[in-house]
Design a protein around this ligand. Structure first.
Ligand SMILES: C[S@@+](CC[C@H](N)C(=O)[O-])C[C@H]1O[C@@H](n2cnc3c(N)ncnc32)[C@H](O)[C@@H]1O
Length: 215
């Protein structure tokens, strides 16, 4: 839909806003040149977490904790976030954000590489698996996500449009190729029902229905 100026201005009244912990987490991420999800993407993460009443969520790529705070904001108050981060300094920033958001006691923050940590996480347990680390590794993360999601759970992945590079056939770097492989693998998996939201850098959302593969 084409959005005219008047409609755009009307919609501004419905835009999500950040509370102080979110604002501070985003500011620190920007200062550290650490790309966080967009505000609209964060609001969508929270909405999904709330819709599912999520209690068990995994995030790959904590960054400065911005996306984790959005997820926690929508999760069931008894829920816990398991977040995996390779970089010690980033994880410290994220932990500061969780502390400021008052959710530290419900976050299991794991320092390590996604592909080393994911195999240790439980099968068929998680309501949401959110991917936001190495784009070239998304196809490998997908194997773990389908193992870890409970039936009816939700796979979320940021940056699936990669600033337009995924749709540009002349771009063949490993991150872009990894995202193309991932997007196609999700689309072609009969257990996953997917859509791509054109918020931020592209957010893929796919519900997991293992029983659908048997039909
Ligand atoms: C795009 S940032 C995450 C931003 C965060 N999700 C947010 O929106 O606030 C990607 C993060 O993945 C981390 N990372 C890089 N390689 C990784 C790996 N192999 N496993 C886990 N995290 C990794 C980076 O250090 C960085 O903090």
């Amino acid at each position: 839909m084409k959005t005219d100026d008047r409609t755009a201005s009307y919609l501004e009244g419905f835009t999500e806003t950040e509370d102080e912990p979110l604002r501070a987490a985003r500011a620190r991420s920007e200062e550290g040149d650490l790309p966080a999800v967009s505000l609209a993407t964060g609001a969508l993460l929270r909405w999904f977490a709330r819709l599912l009443g999520a209690r068990h969520v995994v995030e790959v790529g904590s960054g400065g904790g911005y996306s984790g705070l959005w997820l926690m904001g929508g999760m069931d108050p008894r829920g816990s976030l398991t977040t995996i981060e390779l970089d010690r300094d980033h994880l410290s920033l994220a932990q500061r954000a969780y502390s400021e958001g008052g959710v530290s006691d419900r976050v299991r923050a794991i320092l390590g590489a996604g592909l080393a940590v994911l195999p240790k996480l439980a099968d068929a347990t998680y309501d949401i698996v959110f991917l936001d680390a190495v784009k070239a590794e998304y196809p490998d993360y997908l194997e773990h996500a389908t193992r870890m999601l409970r039936p009816g759970g939700l796979l979320l992945a940021d940056n699936v449009l990669w600033s337009g590079r995924v749709a540009d056939a002349s771009q063949t770097d490993e991150d872009t190729e990894g995202l193309r492989t991932f997007n196609a693998a999700v689309r072609d998996d009969p257990r996953l029902s997917q859509t791509v939201f054109t918020v931020g850098d592209g957010l893929l959302a796919a519900t997991y229905h293992p029983e659908a593969a048997a039909r």
